[in-house]
Design a protein around this ligand. Sequence first.
Ligand code: GTP
Length: 371
Amino acid sequence: MIGVLNNRKQEQQSLLTDARTLRNIMFNDSQTTLNHKLTLRIIELSIVTMLLALIIRPLLTELPVSFMWVGIADLLTISIFYFTVRSNLFPKWEIALSLLTVIIVITPILVLSGGVNSQLAFFLPLYPIMAALIGGHKESVIVTLVIISGTILGTVFSEHITDLTNEIYSEEKTIARGFWLTISTIFSAFFGRFFLQKYTQLTKQLKEENIQDPLTGLLNRRGLNLQFKRELEKAMTSSSSSLSLILIDIDYFKKINDKYGHDIGDVCLIEVAKVLSSALRKHDIIARFGGEEFIIVLPSTTKKEAQLIAEDLNYLITQGKFSEFSLPLTITLGVTSSREQHDNTLDMIKRADKALYRGKDNGRNCIELSD
Ligand SMILES: Nc1nc2c(ncn2[C@@H]2O[C@H](COP(=O)(O)OP(=O)(O)OP(=O)(O)O)[C@@H](O)[C@H]2O)c(=O)[nH]1
């Protein structure tokens, strides 16, 4: 028995904390979704800019009609990119596709309309921000360097660049524009980095506050519901996989609070949470279910295996000494497993709860299995 416990402890220490890993996966998922949404907004903004600059403007000014055709072709290209990103068709290729799109879309227009003097050039500083959102900091730096190099070349060789917009060429004006374009691209790169950092921190914090129990750091009921539902769906779709659930309630916890105070009660809860978490496998999910109740979801685990795990947990708690008063504690555990078809999280919790209360009626400090 002790050997089994030691093995399990070693296994746990070498792996990341179960709930934290799962929380991170969930966080990363939603972070990617947010980045994706912001990227789409930036592309939409670019589409509107292009529409105004390339399609509406030639109608109002004396620009050659060829401009409008280039505009329509560009709009088509950028729209294809937009729908590729929107439908998440090639998530790994988005940064490369975005570069390709920018080259296809921007270069002909810049070459035809005076390079850095082109009104469209002022849309370039948006790109380091978009690169940060699609790819990350490294990609943003690469894109920034590409734009700055292009801007410097465009400024130096401006005299040789065609300008069909009939603007009178001025070297001074070109240098000023090239300079401001470079500066605003650098600012935009810094802003992209700062923005991405801040908003990553903030969304992470919000997510954690939303799904984390502040006292024990375990998942709260909301976090549990999300993870439990996902795991049960997985178990239901794979006929060979069974999922088990253990509901745990600390015995006579009110007495601890009454005798030693609420603060010591809190310390006991934190320590019990630690002991329980430390005894689980990487893919198990533990949450604080309520006051002095904890819940553990055990994917790919039969009822028999769950019973053994429950015995280990019970043993660990009865061996422990909690808080500065070295208080002994006991727990009662209700165990259930998923039914082969049509089970749901609520029914499973109800069955575990029923088993748990049978355990309480039978004198506590025991494990009860559901029918
Ligand atoms: N310190 C502390 N106590 C809590 C917290 N949440 C719930 N409790 C206490 O947990 C106790 C639960 O008491 P009961 O439901 O009577 O259960 P019990 O005393 O453990 O008795 P049994 O469950 O029947 O063995 C109450 O005293 C609650 O105030 C918390 O966050 N911190």
